[in-house]
Design a protein around this ligand. Sequence first.
Ligand code: NAD
Length: 478
Amino acid sequence: MKVYQQYINGEFRDAASREQFEVVNPFTEKVVAMAPKGGVEDAALALEAASSARKAWAAKPCAERAVFLKKMAEVIRGNREMLARTLAEEQAKVLPLAQVEIDATAEYFDYYAGWSRKYEGEVIQSDRPTENILLYRQPIGIVVGICPWNFPFFVMARKVAPSILTGCPIILKPSSDTPNTTFEFAKLIAGIGLPKGVLNFVSGGGSTLGDALVKSPEAGLITLTGSVETGQRIIAATAENITKTSLELGGKAPVIVCDDCDLDLTVKAVVASRVIFSGQVCNCAERVYVEESIYDEFMTRLTKAMAAVAYGDPFADPAPDMSSQINEAQMLKIEAMVKKAKVEGAEVLVGGGRGDDQPSGFFYKPTLLANCTQDMEIVRKEIFGPVLPVVKVSGFDEALNLANDCEYGLTSSIFTKNVTKMMRAINELEFGETYVNREHFEAIQGFHAGWRKSGIGGADGKHGLYEYLQTHVAYIQY
Ligand code: NAD
């Protein structure tokens, strides 16, 4: 079994308390690693290290900082299989998807390395004849990055890459469900020559270690990817110091299926979107609105496709479509939501229970629910599992209204060949992203940002980079 240490100020160290926690493989239900249970003292050490590194790191030319991102991409590619297997093991992600995540993470570091000579300040016109006004973009300071368990490696890069590029030291805390890949990465980058304190990895509880980091007056930016509830706690915890937050939170992505859509493409995309990583993806199909005139045909095809979804061992060859949920609590949450939906009138067309035909693991069967209505919890709250509720609508206007009637606003999608419906959806859907005729998944050069309770700020691309930079305007009179 592996035993990990935190990486603080360029050194590997146990938690100050010497305590550890177990990391469990959700498929085998066996402990695969022990990780340090860091707390308030560890937070203080990491903050001190980042604080000591801050000025020198910010003063380094951006192109020199970017070299480290290229090195990170290189070590990831050189250790692809080990990292993918570690990821698949700690979270029961099917191996091909784990490989995709590792590859995308290397791409992410390369992508932000490419911004090194590209981001700029501005020259602003002055009202005075002998004055120049310059807007600089300067590093925001120490970044505290808090990660979820669903894409632990990719989301780590989403926070580390822009921090390193913009000259901000970072303290990164993985989820206690999935620290292994992050700590393997820490071992790999320990030899690339980064100055001490620029990149620190700690692990431990959210309400202890996480809270101490978030509340620190030293922090310039708190970037969380996680649930709405944690986002709310972080907003409260940062109130005293008015620390900037960038919050990527939960979603309840609607899919609008129009009567003129390509049914084969739509069914394939919707099912893939719902079951990828066992439904544990923030931007994937969480509820479907289908126009009445094609409802029966669509449901016949969807039932067949959902029933064909294979689940099992994440390391099996050929790989199944999905595997176990991350832990027992998630499986129980999904089970309770489906039970409630049934009481409220939903009809189970496929699945509807635990996948207890497996030797071990926290499986919930791919599940399709018909007769769903907008007032049901299963249509309103994030499920984060392989369960798809479908609502029949009288037409396109009703679909738009119901899609927008939601406390989340992360992503949305529409399947249609009709240009008017397409354009109306893009103009009228109140979400950070809309996918047209394709399944959910964002590009690293886009901007992943939610409306309403799905978050504040965002990640990726030019706009994601700006989260790590603050403006400084100089008025120069001569
Ligand atoms: P979570 O909110 O339970 O935990 C996320 C992280 O926050 C963990 O590292 C946890 O330890 C930490 N944390 C918890 N309480 C804290 C506190 N008081 N102070 C500081 N840190 C604290 O989320 P999760 O269960 O790991 O992830 C699933 C959720 O993440 C889902 O809601 C999903 O939609 C969302 N998510 C969103 C995106 C996005 O880009 N919008 C991407 C992936 C996941």
